[in-house]
Design a protein around this ligand. Structure first.
Ligand code: C2O
Ligand code: CU
Length: 522
């Protein structure tokens, strides 16, 4: 199947009828060097940095709870937001805000979340890092069609080679996802995952935090309350009228993909934290827990504080994608790829009162080299929080227990765009069929940067290019960045739920242009 046919399926899933011409990568593009993305500039004046206070997304309240479950409702809707001061931006949102409301759940309790789609487009919601039964996971062709739309005729996908998509996976108006909560405390996030359109969907605002707490974490003396903050980093670009700019092949989004120039990934020139451009936060001289999420489509960040506190090691990492580490790991800088999370504690008492501490992005240049600023207050405060030497029990998976070793090659192909093991994504064709309960060794290799994400279970990185894991690989991960021409080995154990899941590149432009694969746990 070539890229044209892949994209054709994406469009026909939407029932858009006749296919418009799909941009096939030009020869110039295909022979160019791989880049981690291309900058898309805004067409309006950008605000000065560090003017807007850091917003914190609202916490979603359950509509009801019972002995085992908490029930939530989220309406996906268009909203006019003030992202840049004085500018109105039409966004696609969860619940009317960007980021969407933060879902806060307890390990061992199920979160039952009903999504209602009032957007002008179909959607699919995925809980990233969620340990989720397949039918609630957000398979990219299990569409939630907008309220009031006519569902495609039953069996309309029959006859597509390899399609498992049958009548019944599409729903109109509402879909309920059940997240059983059989997982440890962690910083998760939810976002759109629609086949072929995840990039524009997330870019226009479809993402939010989902935090899981548990007793093990609760017993630790970590910062809490207003000193425990989720931070969603995301770059965007804006048109002169305030709308989001995005280089879709087809502005009406009937056809997936971005223009040739942006196939490597779309980078914006505005850095948002929790939806605000280059915000500032007044901090006490105390410990803060910052749950860093890279919610960007393609941008990689190298985060560093400026100035560094004397003695360095400002960023004390306590957790990664899959929750707390066994013990803290200190860093001067953190490299974070799209979809990764780093849970860090910063002790601002290491700074003199009045210090303005910038969070920098050493991979950026010009405006994208700055992220936000912390203004250290002079008031005296109580701070009982600290980072204990031992954080959590973390089981080390045993490489010798792996029952299979599988290779997944993430490459650009001359004819098919972005591929895994040479093929563009084809729904229903599984590249792996691990047995439920088994441990496997998966080896990912790259041509250019690819942040690789596996659904269902977290994994442990055991090596890079045959050497030890890198400084940012500790703990349970669900996304790992492959650097150019690198092979990363991970161990993953498939637990609890049989069914078909995804693995894919989380550069959303690569993902939309077919760098995905199914695996089926049985
Ligand atoms: Cu964050 Cu398959 O996605
Ligand atoms: Cu990629």
């Amino acid at each position: 199947m070539n890229r044209r046919r892949f994209l054709g399926i994406g469009a026909s899933v939407l029932g858009t009828g006749a296919l418009a011409a799909v941009a096939v990568p030009s020869a110039a593009y295909l022979f160019s060097e791989g880049r981690p993305g291309r900058l898309l500039s805004s067409d309006l004046d950008l605000p000065a940095a560090f003017q807007v206070p850091l917003p914190v997304p609202p916490v979603l309240q359950p509509v009801r709870t019972d002995g085992t479950n908490d029930y939530y409702e989220i309406t996906q809707q268009v909203a006019k937001l003030e992202i840049l001061p004085g500018v109105r931006t039409e966004a696609w949102t969860y619940g009317g805000t960007y980021p969407g409301p933060t879902v806060v759940t307890r390990s061992g309790r199920a979160a039952v979340i009903k999504h209602r789609n009032q957007l002008p487009v179909p959607s699919v919601v995925h809980l990233h890092g969620g340990h989720t039964p397949a039918d609630s996971d957000g398979y990219p062709i299990d569409l939630l069609l907008p309220v009031g739309s006519t569902a495609p005729a039953a069996g309309s996908m029959d006859g597509m080679p390899g399609m498992r998509h049958t009548a019944g996976h599409d729903l109109v108006g509402e879909r309920t996802h059940t997240y059983p909560g059989k997982q440890r405390a962690a910083t998760l996030w939810y976002h759109d995952h629609r086949m072929g359109f995840t990039g524009p969907g997330v870019w226009r605002g479809l993402s939010g935090f989902h935090l899981v707490h548990d007793d093990e974490e609760g017993a630790l003396p970590l910062p809490r309350g207003e000193r425990d903050l989720p931070l969603m980093l995301a770059d965007r670009a804006f048109a002169a009228d305030g709308s989001f700019r995005y280089p879709s092949t087809d502005a009406s989004l009937a056809v997936p993909g971005v223009t040739d120039d942006y196939m490597d990934g779309v980078l914006g020139d505005v850095i948002l934290v929790n939806g605000a451009p280059w915000p500032r936060l007044d901090v006490d001289r105390a410990h803060y827990r910052l749950r860093l999420l890279n919610g960007s489509n393609a941008r990689l960040y190298r985060l560093e504080l400026d100035p560094q506190p004397s003695g360095g090691d400002a960023l004390v990492q306590i957790g990664s994608d899959g929750g707390l580490l066994a013990a803290p790991v200190t860093h001067d800088a953190i490299e974070i790829a799209p979809a990764e999370r780093f849970d860090v504690v910063i002790d601002f008492s290491r700074y003199q009162p009045g210090t303005r501490v910038r969070l920098l992005n050493r991979f950026g240049s010009g405006r994208t080299a700055e992220v936000m600023r912390f203004d250290v207050s002079s008031r005296a405060v109580n701070d009982d929080a600290k980072v204990p030497d031992k954080l959590a029990a973390v089981e080390q998976l045993d490489a010798s227990a792996a029952v299979a070793t599988r290779d997944f090659k993430f490459r650009r192909s001359r004819s098919d765009g972005w591929t895994i093991n040479g093929d563009p994504y084809q729904p229903g064709r599984s590249l792996a069929t691990p047995a439920l309960g088994s441990i496997e060794r998966w080896r990912f290799s790259s041509d250019v940067h690819h942040p690789v994400h596996v659904h269902l279970d977290h994994f442990q990185v055991i090596g890079r290019n045959g050497k030890d894991p890198g400084p940012w690989d500790a703990g349970w991960k669900d996304t790992v960045d492959l650097r150019p021409a690198e092979a990363v080995e991970v161990l993953v154990r498939f637990t609890d739920y049989a069914g078909t899941y995804m693995m894919h590149c989380h550069n959303l432009e690569h993902e939309d242009m077919a760098m995905m694969a199914d695996f089926t746990v049985g």
